[in-house]
Design a binder for this molecule. Sequence first.
Ligand code: ADP
Length: 267
Amino acid sequence: MKRYLVAPGQKIDLAEFDAGSTAGWKGGKDKVEAVFLKLNDRLEVLQEKLWAEGERGVLVVLQGMDTSGKDGTIRHAFEGVNPLGVRVASFKAPTEEERGHDFLWRVHPKMPGKGEMVIFNRSHYEDVLVARVRNLVPKKVWKARYEQINQFEKLCADNGTTIVKFFLHIDRDEQKERLKARLADPLKRWKFRLGDLDDRVHWNDYMAAYQDVLAKTSTPWAPWYIVPSNRKWFRNLVVATALVDALDALKIKDPQPAEDLSGVVIE
Ligand code: ADP
């Protein structure tokens, strides 16, 4: 996993990261299926333990360009987790009420509570991505946000939240193919927004904005992973592995009953 982990302060040139990489895995999807199923099972067990322990929370941030596969990652990498303890929060353009507050106001209540795992489908990072590229706020404002984000995440981490962040990295050619497929598929067409094409025009600006996000906000308490995402099966594999690693690191004990049950006989 180390090769995908961004070190704090590491300068990132996304052109050097191959979005189509499968790290030498050959034979594609089929061979990987068994490994992936094992990871899914492991994640299921770990999440159940997190929920039973009820002491700590886990936040998973998913960011990426349109069609990078945020929805697909949620469907596949979290297959099997217990819906009781898992929640997805999606972030759209802020409402008028949300715009009347600081940019983290709407984010804080969505953070995981004790025992919970929450997946952010987009996140507070939109406020240094789309807000920067589309000039929604002055430069001075978005520039200050990197440090504000780091401090906010530190507060949550100090309070018992494990934070793992994934940038789903696809290249512009792959996005072209996916947008074409989306337009042609009657079941996927609803996802097509003309605004996605505007974002595509600004591709290089978005990459520059992502590079700054990765360099400035990968911290020991809330690291970023750059996930090669052109191949969906590989994307799922990397995300599932990093999640299992993060949960394993918590060393959650097996859940214990609240009362002493030794000697209990059920007639
Ligand atoms: P998605 O593409 O995530 O499936 P939508 O098509 O509804 O869902 O897109 C959500 C839109 O909301 C994106 O264009 C995103 O840039 C925008 N958005 C999210 N957060 C913010 C924000 N803080 N400021 C401005 N726009 C935002």
